[in-house]
Design a protein around this ligand. Structure first.
Ligand code: DC
Length: 224
């Protein structure tokens, strides 16, 4: 049987990851967090002191040597190793996210990561979340979603998440960071953040996680 593919795209902080994991576990599908690959690559490059704009030749050579081993188990358990070094937790901060947004502008980096992303198609299916899952990497997906939410709501959710982790942050700064990344992600020349023509748009501003989950799984049940 051909594996089914569900794509969930949207801006930073919209809650794609939480929903995508719930949907993947519900259907017993594999889960791909494509942003974690951009983060891992960005961190690996910064550890090698490679500046992609200045060191283009070195960058291409280095890409060939970087092995990103991403695995999804279940219950949101992701492990990432880059050249056998564990990256799982150290890619989860705003600094790495910013670097990832920069790396994401580079076409060689995107091509390299696209191959890795497609290797995660597995039976009975895959849920992939990111910015260009429906528009570029998995154009053949059985069903595509694009999640949105106001920047204030996204920042509020991020603030609560950070609070739960015992990390202090403030709302105006979080809004600034989200707007910065929205701009970088939507204005880049290659694979910018836009909904696929055939994507279902879900505005999550006034919806709870379980309401979004129910909406998405109902649509999936109808179509696949
Ligand atoms: O989803 P995230 O915050 O982990 O993603 C980090 C950055 O990676 C994001 O700002 C842009 C880039 N990215 C991308 O360009 N394409 C994707 N499919 C996923 C992430």
């Amino acid at each position: 049987m051909i594996p089914k593919i569900i794509t969930i795209d949207g801006p930073s902080g919209v809650g794609k990851g939480t929903i995508a994991i719930m949907v993947a576990d519900h259907f017993g599908f594999n889960y791909l967090d494509s942003g974690s690959l951009y983060r891992s690559l960005a961190l690996a490059l910064s550890e090698e002191n490679i500046d992609i704009d200045k060191d283009l030749v070195d960058f291409k050579k280095l890409l060939a040597k970087i092995n990103i081993d991403y695995r999804y188990c279940k219950n949101g358990e992701i492990t990432i190793f880059v050249n056998n070094k564990e990256y799982t937790n150290k890619i989860r901060n705003e600094n790495v996210a910013k670097m990832a947004s920069e790396v994401a502008k580079n076409s060689s980096a995107r091509e390299m990561l696209e191959v890795i992303q497609r290797n995660h198609i597995k039976s009975p299916g895959l849920v992939a979340d990111g910015r260009d899952m429906g528009t570029k990497v998995f154009t053949e997906a059985n069903i595509k979603f694009f999640l949105t939410a106001s920047v204030e709501k996204r920042a509020e959710r991020r603030l609560n998440q950070l609070k739960d982790q015992g990390i202090s942050a403030n709302l105006p700064n979080l809004i600034k960071e989200l707007l910065f990344r929205d701009k970088a992600d939507t204005e880049r020349a290659i694979s910018p953040l836009v909904p696929a023509k055939d994507a279902l748009i879900v505005d999550t501003t006034n919806l709870s996680v379980s309401q979004v989950f129910t909406k998405i799984t109902k649509e999936v049940d109808k179509r696949i």
